[in-house]
Design a protein around this ligand. Structure first.
Ligand code: MN
Length: 467
């Protein structure tokens, strides 16, 4: 089963008697049923036994922590639940936690309310006691307040589920780096031991020859099938079909390698392509469109972040993928950025049907590579990067707006997106530079700053927002 389960734990105590606890369990079941139905595209929600003692809390939290399918926990205090009962249980949990500050009832029954009702329905009381212990212990969590059936509340829980799934995905992510970093580049580097400690990424170096061996054994039939997939999805705008089939061969080989090693993200570098005739272009672009993370020039952090953010966005509309900051239009007051790469712009950013083109590549000394060329989509987005500050990782998230390019660029032989910085060019780009933001990033029209901030919180990363 997929890792998409969220356990729902309700707090009470045994002071109120059996009748009250029966009602607590029934209300919780009703709530879980409702939320489970509403959020079935995001997560499965399952109820655990009501916490009435420290021991039940420890058991619930241990179950959540040890279940590989569980990505996070939702807690809610139906009645008052003395928070010393929660200390040892919370110490067992290292997964994302949502504190749902809600009630079983939407409205107060003004005509009938009595002390029994008040004792049963006292989240205003119990959730404050619980909130204190979360704050005191420094447990990373979200608090979502409101009646659980309200759309806004459901939506926030859904977003929590997306982030929790991405955190779990991060901790199971395997990254392959073919070759190392582009020589002398600083920002693409990083402490791979520390990123395994903090994010769980298992980053392994592979000589590109290992991949070349697989690629050289790809059959003509496999190449033909991949090429036919290209022609079904993209317009062939070149006579150099051999160059396109060379990329098809790379993609088949990469897919085999990815499957064999359970890889979620990979990097390559144009400085280490021994045994390959071209830099992977369409092959990388197409794989990114299928959810495989990618970072060029050995950028393992961006490869990982692109895979993780694609995972976070998988149940949402919009596009998510790697991009490089390239050049600007500095027309005063209308400044825009043109973002692209040598070849590897994810096909998910295509506004229309991409064209397959073959052009020389100015650097790298290899044969002319085939690539997908297209103009980019439009809409509000975030641009996210991660840098290694030496003693910590920093995640930077800028609000941007993807815009239609003002004029065609008929001579630019690569895919591209264009965007406007927020709050404006001056502050947006200066803040990015001052924060040490990389020239590689993940752009997403599906995610928001809150999603990225939540990921940073659950992974203990430093977070900087620009916008
Ligand atoms: Mn680059």
């Amino acid at each position: 089963m997929a890792a998409d389960k969220i356990y729902f734990i309700v707090g009470s105590q045994d002071l109120y008697g059996e009748e009250c606890l029966k009602q607590v369990a029934a209300d919780a079941e009703e709530m879980v049923k409702f939320l489970g139905e509403k959020l079935k595209g995001n997560a499965r929600i399952e109820l655990l036994p009501t916490v009435v003692t420290s021991d039940t809390c420890i058991q619930d939290m241990r179950k959540a922590q040890c279940d590989d399918e569980c990505v996070g926990v939702i807690t809610w205090m139906h009645t008052f639940s003395p928070a010393k009962m929660w200390i040892k249980g919370l110490q067992e949990l290292r997964k994302p936690l949502l504190h749902l500050h809600t009630q079983a009832n939407e409205k107060l029954p003004y005509d009938d309310i009595d002390m029994d009702f008040m004792n049963l329905n006292q989240a205003a009381h119990g959730d404050r006691e619980y909130g204190f212990i979360l704050a005191r212990m420094g447990v990373p969590h979200e608090t979502v307040a409101g009646f659980y059936k309200h759309d806004k509340v459901v939506e926030k829980i859904g977003k929590f589920a997306d982030v929790a799934k991405a955190v779990a995905f991060s901790h199971s992510l395997q990254i392959a780096t073919f070759g190392n970093n582009m020589r002398d580049v600083a920002v693409t580097g990083g402490d791979k031991v520390e990123s395994q400690i903090v994010y769980g990424w298992e980053t392994r170096y592979y000589a590109v020859g290992e991949l070349v061996n697989i690629i050289n054994n790809v059959t003509d039939k496999e190449i033909e099938d991949q090429y036919n997939e290209y022609t079904a999805n993209y317009t062939v705008a070149t006579d150099n079909i051999d160059a396109v089939k060379e990329q098809a061969k790379y993609e088949v080989g990469l897919k085999k390698f990815i499957k064999e090693h359970n890889i979620g993200a990979f990097t390559d570098t144009f400085q280490d392509l021994h045994g390959l005739r071209q830099l992977p272009g369409i092959a990388a672009q197409d794989l990114m469109g299928k959810g495989i993370g990618f970072g060029p020039e050995g950028d393992y952090k961006i490869a990982a972040m692109s895979a993780i953010l694609m995972k976070m966005a998988e149940s949402r509309k919009g596009a998510t993928g790697f991009i490089e900051d390239y050049t600007y239009d500095l027309t005063e007051g209308q400044e825009l950025e043109l973002a692209s790469h040598m070849l590897e712009v994810p096909v998910s950013f295509a506004a229309g049907k991409p064209e397959i083109q073959v052009h020389p590549l100015g650097i790298g000394g290899k044969e002319d590579p085939a690539r997908l060329v297209f103009d980019g989509i439009t809409g509000d987005a975030v641009q996210v990067t991660m840098v290694d500050m030496g003693d910590r990782f920093r995640i930077i998230c800028a609000d941007i707006e993807l815009v239609k390019q003002p004029k065609p660029m008929p001579k630019l032989p690569v895919a591209r997106i264009m965007f406007r910085h927020k709050p404006d060019f001056e502050r947006g780009t200066a803040a990015w530079c001052e924060a040490g933001g990389a020239h590689h990033a993940v752009v997403s029209t599906a995610l928001t700053r809150e999603d990225i901030a939540a990921f940073a919180k659950y992974t203990g990363s430093e977070f900087i927002a620009i916008g």
